[in-house]
Design a protein around this ligand. Structure first.
Ligand code: FES
Ligand SMILES: [Fe+2]
Length: 372
């Protein structure tokens, strides 16, 4: 991010911190409770927000080396990303042409993918290269390639489309207004630390909501996050993406420093939210991605939490940041989302979103617009 832009954000953060306030929305809104458990609405959301829209699914640096692969689940679709010897990234349905078993699991390095069921193997460009007892098969090998998906890398983030012909530029993905700012972070140069997956018994929107308001810092996170970060946040919204930031408590020191001595990075944590609700969190030691994939039911979600280390940060600092964030997220945030889900299903009372939760208002508005 350019120096001028960093100073501007730090100025806004400092002002809110010193004034003990946050950027606000104009008025309170409510969101219908049934949007979190209605089966019909859930199918409409899957179709409008996931199946037909480019999906940010991974960081490029998770699969940066030649001859590497990364197996994922996106909306219950088994997916495999491959990077070939020349560095070209591809995406396929992770399903063997013989009988559909996965041809890759987890993350790894290899020049081919081999199905563990009967051993059919594929090159990194998805072509079938070998099958044991070849003489028993008459279907031509050329008809047994893996099914291709649309894929591209933008700003150090891998975008996948669940059909081959989907357009997936930053504009199609809804974040062209912040693409140059994201590119400035050079996320491609960060080091991959870890990817964790959680199955959570709560609606995907409730989980996204956790990463879009700081109102809960002083209560839910009083003994953890609130010890280092202030809830005095700022936000900016664009057509289909947003930026949200809140300061480290250490921002106080900037009050008595001339601006030319201010740090070259934001004194806090920035969360960029990419449509339909993928969090890319950037701070001094690294970056994290939180992705929520709706599961089989409105109250089931697969959450991916991915960590990267800043090139100049020590491995230990980056790992500690990732693990600390993950522990708080799992033990404090995700458990609360599960509570909220049960409560909403039982009470059927609509949700109240205050003026101090402006990004929840913005994102619920976008999700609602897409599913009308
Ligand atoms: S299902 Fe893959 S080799 Fe049989
Ligand atoms: Fe939280």
């Amino acid at each position: 991010m350019e120096r001028q832009a960093v100073n501007k954000l730090n100025r806004r953060l400092l002002k809110n911190y010193l004034g003990k306030k946050s950027d606000l929305a104009e008025e309170e809104i409510t969101v219908l409770a049934k949007l979190f458990f209605d089966e019909r609405h859930f199918l409409i959301e899957k179709d409008a927000l996931f199946l037909n829209i480019p999906q940010p699914v991974a960081f490029s640096s998770e699969i940066s080396k030649p001859d590497s692969y990364l197996a994922l689940e996106v909306l219950n679709f088994p997916i495999v990303l491959t990077r070939d010897h020349e560095g070209t990234l591809r995406a396929f349905i992770n399903a063997c042409a013989h009988r559909g078993a996965k041809v890759a699991k987890g993350i790894g390095k290899n020049r081919r993918l081999t199905c563990e069921f009967h051993g059919w193997s594929y090159s990194m460009d998805g072509n079938l290269t070998g099958r044991p007892q070849e003489s028993c098969f008459s279907t031509d090998k050329s008809e047994c390639s893996l099914v291709k998906l649309a894929v591209s890398e933008e700003c150090g983030i891998v975008l996948v489309g669940l059909t081959e012909d989907m357009k997936i530029s930053p504009k199609d993905a809804g974040f062209s207004e912040i693409a140059s700012e994201l590119t400035d972070f050079k996320l491609k140069d960060y080091r991959f630390i870890k990817r964790k997956e959680y199955e959570v018994a709560a609606n995907w929107k409730l989980i996204n909501n956790l990463s879009l308001e700081s109102y809960h810092f002083a209560t839910l996170h009083r003994d953890t996050v609130a010890k280092v970060l202030s809830g005095s946040s700022i936000f900016d919204t664009y057509e289909r993406c947003s930026r949200w930031a809140f300061p480290l408590l250490s921002i106080e020191r900037l009050e008595n420093l001339p601006e030319h001595e201010w740090p070259s990075t934001v004194e806090g944590s920035c969360t960029y939210t990419l449509y339909p609700g993928v969090m890319v969190i950037v701070n001094a030691s690294g970056a994290q991605m939180i992705r929520t994939d709706p599961g089989e039911k409105p109250n089931s979600t697969r959450v991916s939490y991915i960590g990267l280390a800043h090139p100049d940060a020590s491995e230990e600092a980056a790992r500690n940041g990732y693990e600390f964030g993950g522990k708080v997220f799992e033990e404090e945030d995700l458990s609360t989302a599960i509570n909220c889900q049960k409560g909403l299903e039982a009470s059927k009372k609509d949700l109240i979103i205050g003026t101090n939760e402006p990004l929840l208002q913005f994102w619920h508005g976008l999700w609602s617009d897409a599913t009308q």
